[in-house]
Structure formats: C-alpha cells, structure tokens
Design a protein around this ligand. Structure first.
Ligand code: NAP
Length: 247
C-alpha cells in the first residue's frame, strides 16, 4: 500500500483529498494543526470504509514539528510515496497599506516556508539518489497567484506565487530522481477558508465572476490532486492544473 501525507488534511480540500486517496488505495497520513476532532473523525470514517489512515498534529510553520510529523508518518505507515502540500492560511481582507509585517510573516510561514520544509523531508525520503523509490508532490496553490487578490489579500496571493515558482524549481531539481512535483490552482471553492478571511459567504458573492457561474467543491479539487499524484500523470512535472471553472 502506498502512503501519502496530506498537510491540513482534517477538513476542506485536504479532507476531500484524504477520502479520495483512501478510496484509491493509499494509506493516508492526515496532518492537522489544531482541529483534532475533525481529523480523528476522518480517520475513523476511512478505517470504517476499510482504508488505512492516521492523524498527526503538527504546525507546519514550525520546523521541529515538520521533522516530527514525517518521522511519525514513517513509523505508522511506512515508506512515503506522496506528499500533498495543502495546508494554507489567509487572514482578514484588507489593503496592502494596512498590512503589518507580522501578518506577512504568519502567512508566508505556513504557505511558503511550511511547504518548503515538508517538501524537503519528502525529497529526503523519496529521492532515488538517496535510496528512495521516487514519488510525487502536489502543491495546493491558488489562481490568486496569477490574479493578485487586490483589495482582499495580496499577501496570500504573493505567497501562492512563491509556491508556484517553488513548484517549477523543485520539479526540475528532482526530475531525474524519480520525483514529480506539480501544483493545482483552485479558484473559489466552498470551504471554511473564506470565513478566515472574514467573509464566510464569499464564494456565493463572487461566483458571478466565474465563467461557469458557480463555486467549486473540495471534491473537484481532490480529483485533480489525485490525478497528478498518480502514475497516470507519469510524464507530467513542473506543471499547474487550474480547477477554477474557467477563471
Ligand atoms: P480550510 O478549510 O481553511 O482548511 C485549512 C487546513 O489547513 C486545515 O486543515 C488547517 O488545520 C490546516 N492548516 C492551516 N495552517 C496550518 C499549519 N500551520 N500547520 C498545519 N496545518 C495547517 O482551507 P481549504 O479551503 O481547504 O484550503 C486548503 C488549501 O487550498 C490551502 O492551501 C488554500 O490556500 C488552498 N485554496 C483554497 C481555495 C478556496 O477557495 N477554498 C482556493 C484556492 C486555494 P486545522 O483543521 O487543524 O485548523
């Protein structure tokens, strides 16, 4: 059984990815930061359906937590075949001139530095140059990286642009070592993330700007992630799959 680590896997897009991955035969390591109840319930749900999963607390913006997270996954599920860098944060909508540096540090600490740290641990385990069996990394970016999120969260959009460039660079760096690195860029998806930005009903307000005239679901994003992870995408690396209804 291949094992897969999903950061921020207890709810939202991460949880939909964990459910689908378990159905496709992966043993799933579900990382969460604080919402233990949701992560534990998801493990029970996956096990109840005959799958294999474990939930591990770690704040991916803290380097020591990332090291501990990967060691715990190794012990509980065995050699890692995939990583989904899904955990991400945004903060209350505001213009750039109102943004304090500590906010930028929090957003980049999870969205960029956390993703780097997790990818580092994954490469250390999966690279064929280091005795690993290869694998696949999928970064969960956002169409915000190419649209900029003016008036809402330019800091978040810039962190996702950093994640895009990271995807390109790492993909080329490890291409000969059996590791593929790609990203999905979701558009407006119905999850709790918009409440963190101060507007729980945001998707319904902005869906008119989507060519398909609707928001997306976490399950629709999970399908794209699972394809990029799978051997069906074996010649695909350093690329981006937008899941945004044409936006
Ligand atoms: P969500 O419902 O707010 O869930 C965020 C998840 O990230 C939670 O599981 C949370 O853990 C986890 N998390 C946050 N900071 C963390 C940290 N430092 N360490 C570990 N886990 C952390 O968000 P979502 O909408 O599913 O977003 C998932 C990804 O999709 C994010 O990267 C987001 O930027 C991206 N995305 C979302 C949308 C959208 O419209 N929803 C659009 C484009 C991109 P806890 O449950 O423990 O709090």
């Amino acid at each position: 059984m291949k094992s897969l680590l999903i950061t921020g896997g207890g709810r939202g897009i991460g949880a939909a990815t964990a459910r689908l991955a378990a159905r496709r035969g992966y043993a799933v390591c579900i990382n969460y930061r604080s919402r233990q109840g949701e992560a534990s319930n998801l493990v029970r749900e996956i096990e109840g359906a005959g799958g294999r999963a474990t939930a591990i607390q770690a704040d991916i913006s803290v380097d020591a937590d990332v090291t501990r997270l990967f060691e715990a996954c190794d012990q509980e599920l065995g050699p890692m075949a995939g990583l989904v860098n899904n955990a991400g944060v945004l903060e209350t909508q505001m213009r750039v001139e109102a943004m304090a540096t500590d906010r930028l540090q929090r957003v980049f600490a999870t969205n960029v530095f956390g993703a780097f740290a997790c990818a580092r641990e994954a490469v250390l385990r999966m690279s064929t140059k280091r005795g690993g069996a290869g694998g696949s990394i999928v970064n969960v970016s956002s169409v915000a990286s190419r649209l900029g999120s003016a008036g809402e969260y330019v800091d978040y959009a810039a962190s996702k642009a950093a994640l895009d460039t990271f995807t390109l660079g790492l993909a080329r760096e490890v291409a000969e070592e059996g590791i593929r690195v790609n990203a999905v860029r979701p558009g407006f998806i119905y999850t709790e993330m918009h409440a963190s930005g101060g507007e729980p009903g945001r998707v319904d307000r902005v869906k008119e700007f989507v060519p398909m005239k609707r928001g997306g679901t976490a399950e629709e994003v999970a399908e794209a992630i699972l394809w990029l992870l799978s051997d069906a995408a074996s010649f695909t690396t350093g690329t981006f799959l937008d899941v945004a209804g044409g936006r």
